[in-house]
Ligand binder design. Structure first.
Ligand code: HEC
Ligand code: HEC
Ligand code: HEC
Ligand code: HEC
Ligand code: HEC
Ligand code: HEC
Ligand code: HEC
Ligand code: HEC
Ligand code: HEC
Ligand code: HEC
Length: 324
């Protein structure tokens, strides 16, 4: 049964077993047209471009966009060079020139984005690209991706290392990742995209805090941190509202910090007392955050390191005050 299926598959692909396949070679470029067919809309086929742009042509078979040529069954406006640069007939007849073809060097960021999204708007990872902070700041696809000269092994990135793409515009972030306590991005153990989606993220929700910063989401609605720190996910019988509602960055500097555990404050209690300070009748925001009880002697230094007792600070299944 399976054998018959494979046979019919083969004969539908090609009459004989293809030689390149048997030899383990890449496929020869199928069905290239050197000139526009009569009545066509000005598409000439990618082979035509080779004569005058040999360098670009030479590397193109390694480009993921070569798949559109290899497929051999797509409409001309989706195939090869002309899939991005538009119909080439006028350009070829004029023997070149920027005005006769869709040249990215003459496009506005919006035009670049529109061009790429002609094919890439369906992907989930880019569903929010139109209203992403990058797009709103005119950071186009070609700021991070290089179609013809990518030195990266994956995703046609403009630099070999993803972080260097980002540091090109976000230099201060590099210093944050050189702090004494940090996520090891500069050392190559993590990437910016472990936490961010540079193509934009959905509007923030109740588990994201109020500052999305293009921080991507794990499990649809959770902050990306929980992909790796899954022990902080809960749900806990006793949630610490600040973890759940305000997000991890309420207490942690996500990139790096001079304080242990990436904490925002050098001494733990200053962090806690930002909320548990009893200002107003019910805490700073009038939202009923309890003060520590009178048993806490704040002049006694042993009380200042709150998490020596409140060890389950991210939530507990056993104790409403997170003592165990
Ligand atoms: C996926 C879209 C895409 C495809 C497919 C594509 N290009 Fe490009 N091309 C670009 C972009 C974007 C630029 C601008 C420079 C850059 O970002 O790499 C560019 C730049 C160019 C340039 C001028 C810049 C330079 O490096 O000299 C030429 C010439 C060119 N492409 C020819 C071709 C040819 C020939 C093919 C087919 C073999 C092709 N392109 C396929 C997107 C594409
Ligand atoms: C007869 C030679 C010739 C052929 C064939 C040819 N080009 Fe060009 N092309 C040129 C020349 C010359 C330039 C340089 C124009 C300039 O820099 O002012 C050019 C420029 C370009 C540019 C603009 C680069 C930029 O600066 O942004 C693109 C894109 C391009 N060609 C794509 C193509 C594609 C796609 C094909 C095949 C459909 C093709 N060319 C076929 C000669 C040719
Ligand atoms: C601010 C930088 C940046 C911009 C702008 C950007 N990208 Fe990306 N893109 C990346 C990075 C980084 C990755 C690698 C993601 C990873 O490693 O998971 C990527 C991955 C991709 C991928 C492959 C993986 C996937 O998510 O499907 C595609 C396709 C892609 N980008 C297309 C685009 C298009 C199209 C645009 C413009 C409409 C664009 N990108 C704009 C940085 C960017
Ligand atoms: C004509 C359709 C088309 C256009 C236009 C197009 N792409 Fe693509 N792109 C594809 C296809 C098809 C793939 C291969 C997807 C796959 O691997 O299954 C791809 C793959 C990619 C990848 C993923 C590379 C990888 O290693 O997985 C990136 C990044 C990308 N495109 C960026 C761009 C950018 C940037 C532009 C605009 C300059 C663009 N594309 C324009 C069709 C297109
Ligand atoms: C461990 C997860 C994580 C990693 C890895 C990460 N980020 Fe962030 N980043 C965040 C979070 C969370 C915020 C939001 C912080 C806030 O709102 O206080 C943020 C905020 C930002 C901001 C906006 C705020 C600011 O400080 O300017 C930029 C820009 C940024 N990140 C860039 C990067 C770059 C570039 C990389 C890679 C070199 C990177 N991030 C890696 C989690 C991460
Ligand atoms: C071409 C320049 C450029 C590149 C490359 C770039 N960014 Fe940005 N990024 C910006 C600009 C401009 C903003 C708008 C906010 C600002 O002024 O800082 C921004 C904002 C951000 C923000 C903050 C979003 C917010 O809500 O405030 C994050 C996070 C971010 N970028 C991450 C990245 C990551 C991750 C990469 C690499 C994959 C990257 N950026 C590459 C220019 C760039
Ligand atoms: C890709 C996995 C990953 C993601 C996503 C991630 N982390 Fe981490 N995190 C780690 C690893 C691994 C370490 C151990 C430190 C190292 O790399 O040496 C760590 C360390 C930490 C530490 C310090 C722990 C200690 O004992 O010193 C804190 C706090 C932390 N992460 C918080 C966060 C927050 C907050 C986020 C989201 C903004 C986040 N992490 C996202 C992998 C991740
Ligand atoms: C209310 C403040 C607060 C919030 C919000 C918070 N943390 Fe923490 N976190 C702390 C404190 C304080 C410590 C240090 C505990 C200690 O010293 O024993 C810590 C320690 C950690 C550690 C290292 C020690 C351990 O328990 O593994 C990680 C990892 C961590 N937090 C991740 C997260 C993540 C992920 C989030 C978001 C889901 C988050 N934190 C939200 C206060 C907070
Ligand atoms: C961003 C504000 C914020 C920060 C910072 C914060 N908390 Fe909380 N905490 C809350 C809120 C809100 C509640 C829930 C109050 C309620 O349920 O009525 C809470 C509840 C608690 C409770 C349980 C109180 C009870 O009676 O149920 C303890 C114990 C606690 N926090 C300790 C700490 C400690 C220790 C720190 C520092 C590591 C800390 N909190 C940091 C906002 C915060
Ligand atoms: C020596 C251990 C210890 C230390 C250190 C400690 N606590 Fe407590 N905390 C407790 C115990 C035990 C309880 C529950 C009994 C009680 O209310 O006295 C508690 C209860 C609380 C409550 C709930 C009060 C209520 O009325 O529901 C809050 C809020 C709190 N602690 C915050 C803090 C903060 C903030 C710090 C750091 C400044 C801190 N704790 C340091 C032992 C400690």
């Amino acid at each position: 049964m399976f054998h018959r299926f494979m046979q019919s598959l083969y004969s539908s692909v090609s009459a004989a077993a293809p030689l390149w396949y048997l030899l383990g070679l890449p496929p020869a470029v199928p069905a290239l047209r050197a000139t526009a067919a009569p009545g066509s809309t000005g598409f000439v086929g990618s082979e035509t471009c080779r004569t005058c742009h040999p360098n670009i042509w030479l590397t193109f078979p390694r480009n993921p966009h070569f798949k559109s040529i290899a497929a051999g069954n797509l409409p001309p406006k989706k195939v090869g060079c002309e899939g991005c640069h538009g119909p080439g007939q006028a350009h070829v007849e004029a023997h070149g020139g920027k005005a006769t073809i869709q040249a990215f060097s003459t496009m506005t960021p919006r035009q670049v984005i529109d061009r790429c999204l002609a094919c890439h708007s369906q992907d989930v990872s880019r569903a929010n690209i139109r209203r992403s902070v990058h797009t709103l700041a005119d950071v186009a696809c070609t700021s991070c991706h290089s179609i013809h000269k990518s030195p990266a092994p994956k995703f046609l990135l403009a630099k070999q290392q993803e972080r260097d793409v980002c540091y090109g515009c976000h230099a201060p972030v590099r210093a944050q990742f050189s702090s004494p306590f940090k996520h090891r991005v500069n050392e190559g153990f993590m990437k910016c995209t472990d936490c961010h989606n540079p193509h934009g993220t959905p509007a923030p929700n109740w588990r994201m805090g109020s500052r999305p910063r293009m921080v991507s989401q794990a499990m649809e609605t959770e902050e990306a941190c929980l992909k790796c720190h899954s022990d902080k996910r809960g749900p806990f019988v006793y949630e610490h509202a600040s973890v759940r509602a305000d997000g991890c960055e309420t207490c942690h500097n996500p990139h790096g910090s001079t304080n242990a555990k990436l904490l925002r404050r050098p001494v733990v209690f200053t962090l806690c007392l930002e909320c548990h300070n009893g200002r107003g009748t019910f805490g700073r925001q009038g939202n009923g955050i309890p003060m520590q009880s009178p048993s806490h002697n704040m002049t006694d230094p042993s009380y200042q390191n709150c998490t020596t007792c409140h060890v389950r600070i991210h939530g507990s299944n056993a104790d409403p005050t997170f003592l165990r």
